[in-house]
Each structure stands twice: as structure tokens, then as C-alpha cells.
Design a protein around this ligand. Structure first.
Ligand code: NAD
Length: 336
């Protein structure tokens, strides 16, 4: 089959996804994600599909309006806070996600949780720096995960995957969500509470809400002060859900006992970020936004995003749309 379409991919993805697209489309892959509207506008002018690799790309209304042939914007992932969905919907362009990373991200949330509870990172540094010269039964005293309370903020796909893990570890699991998840409560044995109760009661708090105007700085000074001084905060959702200045202060002054972060308000973390000024005594683990970086997950993401694009270009509805109303926009257009 000839290459009938043009698809722009905003940063390299696994070749399994690219090969799938190349069966039918001419594919242009940015080697670095475009950071300005102008760069993206230039690339999408003739594109039928746009695959948004990292969610740092500004898929603004201006970009969308300049892409006269565009029919689908597919996220290679779940968050779509960098895409102007309303502008896409108005123009009858599908915006899709690839919800195939929940288990992988849940593993990362748990990796931070366990490393912080058992001080794995400072203990590694201790051995590497040659300080381990005798056995000491009080070295790097951690605390049990078993029997503790985990507070999950946002009991969606990833939150539920974390809850399943926590149950396996013998934890009590409580959650807060703007939507009560009664099925999950029954199936997973988790309890619904308000945010304040969750923050006051939990030994570990893990964030799994999307970034929206409502969740921006959802965890600030007030919320951090509600947490137990022995509590640990884990964030694998979006950096701006936590007020970084407040978190750095909380860690420095010991309002909470530690934090595990995969995501940051500014990425990559700039050298002047307050988190980088914290001393080695602070129990902090950081990973550079890699929660979905496993070989298996990256293949699933690339193939799912590519399939969504092809599905739309073939005239079908996508499997994971974030703007299902597009079906009506397209129907109304056909009837005109
Ligand atoms: P989801 O949509 O399945 O679940 C999100 C949950 O948050 C829902 O239950 C929703 O009701 C709840 N929620 C939304 N707004 C809320 C609010 N204001 N207050 C309380 N609850 C609210 O999403 P998911 O698949 O579980 O993913 C969650 C987030 O994780 C994504 O939006 C994305 O930003 C992030 N993520 C990060 C990575 C990474 O690499 N670190 C990878 C994948 C996803």
C-alpha cells in the first residue's frame, strides 16, 4: 500500500510504533521534542496525524488551527495537559491517550515507597564511599511497610494498581478521589475518606491525579503540615500537583520524613531548584520522569498510540478518546 498519510512524531518512540505507522504513512520524527509553537506549526502544516511523545510539546490552539488536515492527536501516554483539547474538539480532531502504563507506573511508585522506607539509596552511597567497616545493628534504621496506612490520592487506573500492590504488602489502604469508586472499594478493600483525613492518617501518601487547574498545587504548605512527621510522600503523577517550594521547606524542616519524586514542576530539574539544595540527611529519592520506562511498557505505548492514529485515519473511532464528543462534531459536519 502506498503511503497515503503524513504523521508527525514529536520525539523518538519505540520502532515497533514507527514501523506500524510507516506501513501507511510518511513519518517525520523529531529528534528532540519541539518546545515552541513555531517549530510545531511548521511540522504539522501538512500532517494527518500527530503523535505527542512526551507531553512537553505545546499543542496549543494556534498549532491545532494551523494544521488544516489534522484528524488525530495521539498521546504516547496518559497525561494530556499540554494539549488544548477544546481547540481540537472544535475542529473535529480526536485526542487520544494510551492507558497501557498503569502497572508499570504503579511499580515505580512502590519502588520509591520501599526505597524510602528502607533507606536503600543512602545505604548504597554508604557502601560505595567505603564507610562500611563493621556490622552495626542500628545502621539505616527504616520502618515497616507491613501494617502501615497508605493514602492514595486519585483512585483511577494507576491508583488502583498501587492499591493492589499495597494489599499484597499487608497495608491498610485509604483513598481520596473527586469521584467515589465503590466497585474498587469492594474489590480492593480500600476506604474512602476526605483529603484532610487521608493526609493526617497516612504513613505513606501517593499521588495519582491528573494535572488540572483543580489539582495544581493540591499539596502545598497547609497540606504538608497536616501530614505526620513520620510520613512519606510519593509523586509519580505530575510535578505541579505539589508546591515545590513548600515541599523543600517541609523536608528541610522535618514536617514529613521523606519524599519520592518521579515528576517535577520544572523538567529537567534546573540547577537552582530548591530540591537540589537539600542536605544528604534528607530522605529523598528522585527519578527523571521514567515511571513508564520499561521495555515492555514503551512498546505497548508506541504501538497503542500508532494504532489509535491509524484507526482514525481509516475512518473509525479511536479506542481511547479523551474527547468522545468529536463523534458528534464529525456527524454534524457530514450532514451539512
Ligand atoms: P485516571 O484518569 O485513570 O485516574 C485519575 C483519578 O484522579 C481519577 O479517579 C479521577 O477521578 C481523579 N481525580 C481527577 N481530578 C481530581 C481532583 N481534583 N481531586 C481528586 N481526584 C481527582 O488516570 P491514571 O491513568 O491513573 O493516571 C494518573 C496520572 O498519572 C496521569 O494523569 C498522568 O499525569 C500521570 N502519569 C505519570 C506517568 C509518569 O511517567 N510519571 C506515567 C503515566 C501517568
Amino acid at each position: 500500500m502506498g503511503r497515503r498519510y503524513r504523521v508527525v512524531v514529536t520525539a523518538p518512540i519505540r520502532e515497533e510504533g514507527i514501523r506500524l505507522l510507516q506501513r501507511e504513512a510518511e513519518v517525520f520524527v523529531f529528534s528532540e521534542p519541539p518546545r515552541t509553537e513555531e517549530e510545531l506549526i511548521e511540522a504539522v502544516r501538512e500532517a494527518d496525524g500527530l503523535l505527542v511523545s512526551l507531553n512537553v510539546e505545546p499543542v496549543t490552539s494556534k498549532v491545532i488551527e494551523s494544521a488544516g488536515k489534522l484528524r488525530v492527536i495521539a498521546r504516547h501516554g496518559i497525561g494530556y495537559d499540554n494539549v488544548d483539547v477544546q481547540a481540537a474538539t472544535q475542529r473535529g480532531i480526536w485526542v487520544t491517550i494510551a492507558p497501557v502504563s498503569s502497572e508499570t507506573v504503579a511499580d515505580m511508585a512502590f519502588a520509591h515507597l520501599l526505597c524510602l522506607a528502607r533507606k536503600v539509596h543512602p545505604a548504597t552511597q554508604y557502601i560505595k564511599s567505603g564507610k562500611w567497616v563493621s556490622r552495626n545493628p542500628f545502621l539505616f534504621m527504616g520502618f515497616d511497610v507491613w501494617g502501615k496506612t497508605l493514602g492514595i490520592i486519585g483512585l483511577g487506573r494507576i491508583g488502583q494498581a498501587v492499591a493492589r500492590r499495597a494489599k499484597g504488602f499487608g497495608m491498610r489502604v485509604i483513598y481520596y478521589d473527586k469521584v467515589r469508586r465503590e466497585n474498587a472499594e469492594r474489590e480492593l478493600g480500600v476506604e474512602f475518606h476526605n483529603l484532610e483525613y487521608l493526609l493526617r492518617e497516612s504513613d505513606f501518601v501517593t499521588l495519582h491525579v491528573p494535572l488540572t487547574p483543580e489539582t495544581y498545587h493540591m499539596i502545598g504548605e497547609r497540606e504538608l503540615r497536616m501530614m505526620k512527621p513520620t510520613a512519606i510522600l510519593v509523586n509519580t503523577s505530575r510535578g505541579a500537583i505539589i508546591d515545590t517550594q513548600a515541599l523543600a521547606k517541609a523536608l528541610r524542616e522535618g514536617w514529613i520524613a521523606g519524599a519520592g519524586l518521579d515528576v517535577f514542576e520544572r523538567e529537567p530539574l534546573p540547577p537552582d531548584d530548591p530540591l537540589l539544595t537539600l542536605g544528604d540527611d534528607v530522605n529523598l529519592t528522585m527519578t527523571p520522569h521514567i515511571a513508564s520506562n520499561t521495555v515492555e511498557c514503551r512498546v505497548r505505548l508506541a504501538v497503542t498510540a500508532a494504532e489509535e492514529i491509524l484507526r482514525v485515519l481509516h475512518g473509525e473511532a479511536p479506542r481511547f478518546p479523551v474527547n468522545p464528543e468529536v463523534a458528534d462534531v464529525l456527524k454534524a459536519r457530514k450532514m451539512q
